[in-house]
Write a protein that binds this ligand. Sequence first.
Ligand code: NI
Length: 169
Amino acid sequence: MVLPIVKYPDPILQRLAQPVTDFNEELHALANDMFESMYAAEGIGLAAPQVGVSKRLTVVDLSFKKNREDRLVLVNPEIILQEGKQHEDEGCLSLPEIRAKVSRAARVVVRAQDLEGKWFEKDVETLLSRCIQHEIDHLDGILFIFRISMLKRDLALRQIRKLQRAGEW
Ligand code: NI
């Protein structure tokens, strides 16, 4: 089922999401719906708060449906190591049309649970690393426009207000 994507300034996007404790059928269904919703919105990553669920769950697929093995589900993820720097363009399904360069670690090692509750680690770089950092930020209530300079953020917020006035937000 395709779920509607929550947009800024919905308060759920700026709230700390709660840890997942039940690895039940409901969680599996939510992850499936999140993949479907992400593909429908043409995104490569989606966090549960973006579909109105304040839980620590995120899905990522850089291949956009092409490779089944690229489908990544991260439950209760945490970054246990970060290294280097990258500064690249980012966008977000909750902030359509807004893009800005964001500084992130180049490489991260993330520790997370799968849908059965089993812990695993993943060592990632470049785009996948940035995407995972962006999604974990969502679980901590941080949108990428709060990781850029105040000047650029004001520009983005002005663009949002313009889109809102035009009824395009
Ligand atoms: Ni996002």
